[in-house]
Ligand binder design. Structure first.
Ligand SMILES: [Zn+2]
Ligand SMILES: [Zn+2]
Length: 297
């Protein structure tokens, strides 16, 4: 193994790719070689492994990619490594951010193809990205009666959905998230294993057959809110207390009544959620961002 250096940031990555293009005198253009790249930053839960898998297929490289507690490790072998590294730096998934990159040159191992390897453990040294709003593709399916995700509120893919709120520990795999208890149905398992599908290795993948479900109809919840009631909703990971703006305004005006109801609603939540974040035993998570679109639910 020969360490050829390390670099940080996308510009350095592109510069390293340029170096790869400039071959030493006498080296043939098709000389296969193998490199190991270690990426750290926001590189898990962002569709990095599916992206790398597709990129390796398009550049005809063999090797593997896998998550680890310290980030993502890639090993590629073939004659178009420079193309691969160049595109890795310019076509990274929208949610990803590479903070640091280390590159080593290895002896060719003769891998037959490219695969997504099992994650490795260790001391966590990378971070999980925030939850991402539903992407346009998932929104289109949400309102498409022909889609199996029609009307399903927990739909997600590699480009959207819950991340931080469901992650229990790294590396980021379904078994280490709040989705661990939901076994994929055959349709979701097929999507998860298909490199051409945008849910390829989407860890929180779920559908009405196999994922979380609403315990009450949205129309019933909306009716309660309109009636001035306060509702606690549990998603895939966290509880959210909901009330209409009018209810919250009333609670600020009067000492009893709704204010008492609002504070009493804390007692509905399981103990860890009743405590202020700094009093919980687990590390605090960011507060959710609530947004209203119009007046109706
Ligand atoms: Zn999506
Ligand atoms: Zn399913």
């Amino acid at each position: 193994m020969e360490a050829t250096g390390s670099s940080t940031g996308r510009r350095s990555l592109a510069a390293w790719a340029d170096d790869m293009m400039t071959r030493p005198p006498g080296a043939s253009p098709g000389t296969p070689r193998r490199v190991r790249l270690r990426l750290s930053g926001a590189v898990q839960g962002v569709g990095m492994r599916p992206f790398v898998h597709r990129l390796a297929a398009e550049t005809g490289l063999a090797g593997f990619v896998r998550n680890g507690a310290d980030g993502v490790t890639i090993e590629v072998e073939g004659s178009r490594i420079a193309d691969f590294i160049s595109r890795l730096s310019t076509e990274t998934p929208p949610l990803a951010r590479i903070d640091a990159l280390a590159i080593e040159t290895l002896a060719p191992a003769g891998d037959a193809g490219f695969s997504i390897g099992a994650s490795t453990g260790g001391r966590a040294a990378t971070r999980v990205v925030p939850d991402a709003a539903t992407c346009p593709d998932c929104l289109a399916e949400l309102f498409d009666p022909a889609s199996r995700f029609f009307g399903y509120p927990f739909t997600n893919c590699t480009q959207c959905g819950p991340r931080h709120t469901i992650t229990r520990r790294l590396p980021y795999d379904r078994g280490r998230t709040a989705m661990a208890g939901f076994t994929m149905c055959s349709a979701c398992a097929a999507d998860y294993a298909d490199p051409r599908n945008r849910r390829f290795h989407a860890e929180p993948i779920a559908c009405p057959s196999c994922g979380p479900r609403l315990s009450h109809a949205i129309s019933a919840i909306a009716a309660l809110l309109r009636d001035g009631r306060i509702v606690a909703l549990k998603g895939t990971a966290v509880f959210i207390r909901c009330a209409t703006r009018a209810t919250r305004r009333r609670s600020r005006r009067c000492a009893g009544g709704n204010r008492a109801r609002l504070s009493r609603s804390r007692s509905w939540l399981p103990t860890p959620h009743r405590l202020a974040p700094w009093r919980r035993r687990r590390p605090p998570k960011p507060r959710s961002l609530r947004a209203w679109r119009g007046q109706s639910c």
